[in-house]
Design a binder for this molecule. Structure first.
Ligand SMILES: [Zn+2]
Length: 269
C-alpha cells in the first residue's frame, strides 16, 4: 500500500461516515465486496495483494468503481486511533484513500449502475467528451440501427463510384439495401438540423445532431417526416427510404459525422 498516498485529506462528511458504517473488517468481506462490484475487481485485487505482501498492517482494501467514482479504503492497524479521514475524486484512474480506526465499521452504498444494454445511457456517458475523443471501443454500440433490418451493401471509405466509375471516390457513409418506403430510424436522440433536399447527391436528407460533435445523416429517402429544430428520440422515424439524389437503386446512405467529418458508421453501430 506504500504506493497509495493520501492526497488532500479532509474530514469525512457525516454522510460518508454513515456510509462507512458497517464493517468490512476482513479480507473475506472485502472479497465479497469485490464480487458485488466486479468493475472494481482489479483495484480490489491489487489492494488485497498489497495488503497481503505488506503484512499485518493493512487489513482491508475495498474499491468501487462505478459512474467514475473510485473509493479505496485502507485500514492500517498502526493508525487505529486516528479519526476517519477521506478524500474523493471523480477521476476513475486515481485511487482514493481512506484511513480509519481498525475497528471502524465500513460499508458502501451501491451507486446506480449503468446497464451495458442501455445504449442511450452509454452514448450519453460516451459523449461526455467531444465525439472526436471517443475511442472505437467506446463508440461501438452507442448508435442504433437506422433500419429495422440492416443489409449492409457499399461500405464507408474509398471505392469506385457506382455513378461516375471514378476510382477512389470517398464514400462518406455506409449503404444499406432496403426497399423503398421503409421507415428510416434515428440512430439516437437529438435535434433535427437539416431536413430537405441535399444539393450534393443525398436526395431527401435528414441530419440529426446528437450533441458534443456527433451527428448522423439519412439520405436518398423518398420522403421526410421530421422538421428542422424538432427534438427526436432514438428509434423515431425520420423519413421513408427511397432512391432520391445520386442513387442507383433503393437504399439508405447512412452517415456518422464527427465534428463535420464523416467516419465509418460501423464503428458506432
Ligand atoms: Zn452511400
Amino acid at each position: 500500500m506504500s504506493e497509495v498516498k493520501q492526497r488532500g485529506r479532509r474530514r469525512a462528511s457525516s454522510q460518508a461516515t454513515h456510509e462507512l458504517s458497517s464493517v468490512v473488517g476482513s479480507r473475506r468481506e472485502a472479497i465479497a465486496a469485490e464480487r458485488a462490484h466486479s468493475s472494481s475487481s482489479t483495484t480490489v485485487a491489487q489492494l488485497l495483494r498489497a495488503g497481503a505482501s505488506s503484512g499485518a498492517g493493512q487489513k482491508v482494501g475495498v474499491a468501487m468503481a462505478a459512474t467514475g467514482l473510485v473509493l479505496a479504503v485502507a485500514l492500517p492497524a498502526t493508525q487505529a486511533s486516528e479519526s476517519l479521514q477521506m478524500e474523493t475524486t471523480t477521476a476513475s484512474a486515481v485511487e482514493t484513500v481512506v484511513t480509519a480506526g481498525a475497528e471502524v465499521p465500513i460499508t458502501f452504498a451501491a451507486p446506480e449502475v449503468h446497464s451495458a444494454l442501455n445504449a442511450d445511457g452509454k452514448l450519453k456517458q460516451t459523449l461526455q467528451v467531444n465525439a472526436s475523443k471517443v475511442t472505437p471501443q467506446a463508440s461501438k454500440g452507442t448508435l442504433s440501427a437506422p433500419l429495422k433490418t440492416l443489409a449492409p451493401s457499399s461500405p464507408f471509405g474509398d471505392r469506385i463510384s457506382p455513378i461516375t466509375g471514378q476510382v477512389d471516390e470517398h464514400h462518406t457513409g455506409q449503404d444499406f439495401a432496403v426497399a423503398s418506403g421503409t421507415d428510416v430510424l434515428s440512430a439516437a436522440g437529438g435535434t433535427v438540423t437539416f431536413a430537405g433536399w441535399h444539393q450534393y447527391g443525398g436526395g431527401n436528407r435528414v441530419v440529426v445532431d446528437h450533441g458534443n460533435g456527433l451527428s448522423t445523416s439519412y439520405n436518398h429517402m423518398s420522403s421526410i417526416t421530421v422538421k428542422v429544430g424538432q427534438k427526436i428520440e432514438r428509434g423515431d422515424t425520420v423519413g421513408l427510404s427511397g432512391s432520391t439524389g445520386a442513387s442507383t437503386g433503393p437504399h439508405l446512405h447512412f452517415e456518422v459525422i464527427v465534428n463535420d467529418e464523416t467516419v465509418d458508421p460501423m464503428g458506432w453501430l
